[in-house]
Design a protein around this ligand. Structure first.
Ligand code: AMP
Length: 403
């Protein structure tokens, strides 16, 4: 279990300090207008920025946006709209450097006063960012005298601004409040979750969840499997799954996982029945079949009513729940019921005083779409980063601060 002692902002003063903060401002933009369509990530960075400003710091913010080529400025990936939105949210002007490297950037950073905020342009306009280039990290480091990493969404990347830069601040590197929240919750899930502990794992493919499943096998009491990946398990166990999603090359892996869970005494539950469709379409004909007996021409799109009832029973007696991945094609209204029902059951676990966590991949999109976010104890902001943490991997952005 990780100790964050001395690595969090706590209540220390940042009087007279210039704090470099790596944020995750990778927000979605409207293709035509270039406007920010969802500013959640900017809002999530506000507590750390406010905390530092209140603590007497001048704040220099760094982020990436999208996937530019790394060969210089590309207007569609500019962080300019973020600077504007951030200024509104903070109710103070945000200086913006049009380029990461210009003399103006260096002099603006140098002259920045306590209480002022500077946002650097998209770091990924410079190739050295994603390459983890030490010279680029050194340049960024030269702009400030404290480093704070609050970008959980990119904590699994070993980039110049997310990991390498920390080397230049051996005694002045900290986790921001968002990172602290994520790590504290993930550590709780992996190391001190109250039992019974149930993992609900769904989503499209087994292949993207194999390492998560393996790492959880020694930690949970129940594993509930839904979504497209369930059909690979059902087929591996000898069922007939019609035209449902299947990864033929993962049948052996699915078998191994089932054996591993059985050996560890973990109850693994597959959906007893499925809501099936005759084509991948919201308007398709629908029929419920036992998941082990889906006729050819039909595909499992959601867990069925018997599966919902059985999964709900298990959740009703759980004290901790980890949820990753939708239980069906939740984007189509006619196949979102299973995800909604199970999401509600997980919400009830929270209501009863249990601990519930969701994150990774598409899970948060499902939770937001179905209006369930408020009912859960912890909603992770990291997709890939959360999955890698759950796989038991060490994240470069976390390790760099702990080192
Ligand atoms: P993931 O990113 O692995 O969590 O997968 C999320 C995707 O899985 C969503 O886009 C769902 O529509 C999809 N999905 C869930 N259940 C099924 C299913 N039964 N068949 C096909 N796709 C599914």
């Amino acid at each position: 279990m990780i100790s964050l002692e001395g690595k969090t902002l706590g209540n220390q003063s940042f009087e007279g300090k210039k704090v470099l903060v790596r944020c995750d401002f990778n927000v979605p933009l409207d293709k035509a207008s270039g406007e920010i369509t969802d500013d959640t990530r900017i809002r999530e960075s506000l507590p750390t920025i406010r905390r530092l400003l209140d603590g007497g710091a001048a704040v220099i913010l760094m982020s990436h946006l999208g996937r530019p080529a790394g060969t210089g400025f590309e207007p569609q990936f500019s962080l300019a709209p973020v600077a504007e939105r951030l200024g509104k949210l903070l109710s103070r002007p945000v200086h913006f450097s049009n380029d990461v490297f210009t003399e103006v950037t260096v002099s603006t950073a140098r002259d920045l006063q306590a209480g002022e905020v500077l946002l650097l342009e998209n770091l990924r306009f410079i190739k050295g960012e994603t390459k983890g280039d030490e010279a680029f990290a050194a340049y960024l480091a030269s702009l400030g005298n404290v480093y704070v990493n609050d970008a959980f969404g990119t904590a699994h990347r070993s980039h110049a601004s997310t990991a390498v830069i920390a080397r230049f601040f051996p005694d002045d590197k900290y986790f921001g409040l968002l990172m602290e929240h994520e790590i504290t919750n993930l550590e709780r899930l992996l190391h001190s979750a109250e039992r019974p502990f149930t993992a609900v794992i769904g989503g499209a493919k087994v292949s993207s969840k194999i390492d998560v499943l393996k790492n959880l096998s020694g930690k949970v009491d129940n594993l509930v499997v839904g979504g497209g990946m369930a059909y690979t398990f059902v087929k591996a166990a000898g069922g007939k799954i019609g035209n449902s999603l299947v990864e033929e090359d993962k049948l052996d892996t699915a078998k191994e996982i089932m054996e591993e869970f059985a050996k560890k005494g973990v109850q693994l539950l597959l959906p007893e029945d499925s809501v099936c469709a005759d084509r991948f379409d919201n308007a398709a004909d629908r029929k419920v079949f036992p998941t082990r007996e889906i006729p050819d021409g039909w595909m499992g799109m959601d867990i069925g009513p018997a599966a919902v009832a059985r999964f709900s029973e298990v959740l009703a007696s759980s004290k901790s729940v980890l949820w990753n991945g939708p239980l069906g094609v939740f984007e189509m209204e006619n196949f979102s019921e299973g995800t909604l029902q199970i999401g509600r059951c997980i919400g009830k676990v929270t209501e009863r005083g249990g601990y519930t966590a969701v994150g990774g991949g598409d899970s948060v999109a499902a939770v937001n779409k179905l209006g369930l976010a408020e009912t859960l104890s912890y909603v992770s902001t990291g997709g890939g980063a959360m999955l890698e943490y759950l796989e038991g991997k060490k994240l470069p952005g976390v390790e760099a601060i702990l080192a």
